[in-house]
Design a protein around this ligand. Structure first.
Ligand code: ATP
Length: 513
């Protein structure tokens, strides 16, 4: 599975075949860029959410949770700037009639140059062998530096023209770079236009009195409008954070790449309220803290990188993405944004109410600044899933498909398997199952030969299989099989829970931070 495109296809088909992700309304031929999570997917998704919530809320005494409604008063979106500025720049190809995000076309062009850099590094490795220093090579090789300079110049110009709403220049850039429609190869482009991403809906029964609403395009605003409610009732002192997870909706035009870009998705956001002037310190703090959270999962340090924004959103004074190496290249997984007092001040202005904090040390009121961390749960799911799916060659010339999900996130922590369906083995297996169920999500399987059952568990990422056999009847021991090494050990029934807990507890994973 070296070829990334092949790997990505395998990711999508495996996600469906093993009950992780289904196309929404599939019986009606599906709904584009909307997905449902199946029996295993819902568990993986919940575990990712819990892992985030544990690290962000429960392990921080100064961060609390919130669950705000999806519907919000329509003025919210006027105040937040979404009605006027939550747009994507679109461009149509006149020949293929396909519509694209102009910035994505340019970014994809840069990703191709990036691939050339990777190729140069591979060539270098081949030429110099063992002694090859990749970091040094990337920092000094003339060709690589040339490519890098080109990417930087293109992204800088794109950032500038988008920032200044100079859509004619975005088109000019696409033309200068001779970017062709990926479908038709044609360079016959329309002008670039802005398109608002919010979904509208109506509240109320009769047509004339109904109120126009939007489905929220981000969870953040629910936090801002509740800032004082939480601060006062929780007696929170600055700096403090409010976190929430929940659905967000965007009418994405270029909705592709499976669950990477969806029209209905889930966010995990935390808004950290700080004293004005301390934003640079907290920006760096949260950049590092969030990267560490990702690294705690052990999915490979080289799969992450920061991308500092040239083009800042209307609310931000600095912003960076944590990018992950998806099968289709490095892409945004999480955003860290220094939002200043933009949001709270806007709500103060539109609502005509103060959203301020009285600082007893300073003996004065001020509107706090905000540092935001925002990650897409579905994108995180895709990162975990695509990184974990492996085709492994085995010694006896066979192979296995294994989902090496970080075990803290695995849908099931163990499978309990009676070797045969007789001699009292299923009964013992059921007792073990019932006992483990109190602490872990566990699955039971007694169908087919045990080897096939092991493969089934490998394919859904279960870190342990517990097999009950005839020896169990004699000495109360079972076989414990490890997913990753396939090693099998004999342990006393009473030990199982402790061993599993040691391996899967969030405490042990997060303690690596
Ligand atoms: P992109 O540039 O990819 O459109 P964005 O910069 O608009 O993303 P933010 O508004 O910063 O994204 O949202 C925070 C996070 O929410 C993103 O880092 C991403 O993980 C997730 N996210 C945003 N849009 C989508 C989507 N359409 N589908 C799935 N996840 C999304």
């Amino acid at each position: 599975m070296n070829n990334p495109q092949e790997h990505f296809k395998k990711v999508i088909s495996h996600a469906k075949e093993y009950g992780f992700v289904f196309q929404s309304s599939e019986v009606y031929d599906g709904l584009s860029a909307v997905y449902d999570y199946g029996q295993n997917g819902v568990e993986l998704k919940k575990n990712i959410r819990d892992y985030w919530w544990k690290a962000m809320v429960q392990m921080n005494t100064n961060i609390v949770g919130l669950d705000a409604a999806i519907f919000m008063h329509p003025t919210t979106w006027k105040a937040s700037g979404h009605v006027d500025a939550f747009n994507d720049p679109l461009i149509d190809n006149k020949d293929s009639k396909k519509r694209y995000r102009a910035d994505v076309l340019v970014e994809d062009y840069c990703a191709k140059i990036e691939q050339k850099i990777e190729k140069e590094a591979k060539k270098g490795k081949k030429r110099f062998g063992e002694g090859f220093d990749e970091v040094e090579f990337l920092a000094t090789n003339g060709r690589v530096l040339g490519y890098r300079k080109k990417i930087d110049a293109i992204l800088k110009r794109l950032g500038k023209s988008l920032g200044e709403e100079d859509l004619a220049d975005v088109k000019a850039l696409i033309e200068e770079l001779e970017i062709a429609d990926p479908v038709s190869g044609s360079r016959n482009w329309t002008d670039v236009k802005q398109f608002n991403l919010m979904f509208g809906t109506k509240l109320g029964a009769s047509a004339d009195s109904a109120m126009d609403l939007y489905l929220r395009p981000e969870t953040a605003q629910g936090i801002f409008v509740n800032f004082l409610n939480v601060q006062k009732t929780g007696r929170m002192k600055i700096p403090f954070g409010i976190a929430q997870t929940g659905k967000a909706f965007r009418n994405e035009i270029v909705a592709r790449q499976f669950i990477f870009r969806m029209r209905e998705f889930e966010q995990m956001e935390m808004q950290f309220f700080i004293k004005p002037g301390t934003q640079s310190k907290w920006y760096n703090h949260w950049k590092q803290a969030r990267l560490k959270w990702h690294l705690s999962l052990g999915m490979g340090e080289s799969n992450y990188r920061f991308h500092n924004h040239e083009k800042l959103a209307h609310y931000a004074d600095s912003a960076a993405d944590i990018e992950f190496k998806f099968p289709f290249g490095f892409k945004e997984l999480e955003g860290i944004h220094s939002r200043t007092d933009f949001d709270l001040s806007q709500h103060e202005k539109y609502a005509g109410k103060k959203l301020q904090f009285f600082d007893p040390e300073e003996n004065k009121n001020y509107t706090p600044y905000v540092l935001e961390t925002s990650i897409g749960l579905d994108r995180m799911f895709l990162a975990v899933f695509s990184n974990s799916l492996q085709e492994e060659a085995l010694e006896n010339n066979s192979s296995r498909t294994v989902l090496k999900i970080p075990s803290v996130l695995s849908p099931y922590k163990a499978a309990v398997l009676p070797l045969v369906k007789k001699d009292g083995l299923p009964e013992i297996a059921q007792t073990i199952l019932k006992d483990l169920q109190w602490d872990f999500n566990v699955i039971y399987d007694e169908k087919d030969a045990v080897g096939r059952r092991y493969r089934r568990q490998d394919a859904i990422g279960t870190p342990f299989c517990v097999t009950v056999d005839h020896q169990t009847l004699e000495d109360n021991t079972v076989t414990l099989r490890y997913r990753d090494s396939m090693e099998q050990i004999r342990v006393d029934k009473k030990e199982i829970s402790k061993i599993i807990n040691q391996e899967v507890s969030a405490k042990n994973w997060l303690n690596k931070l």
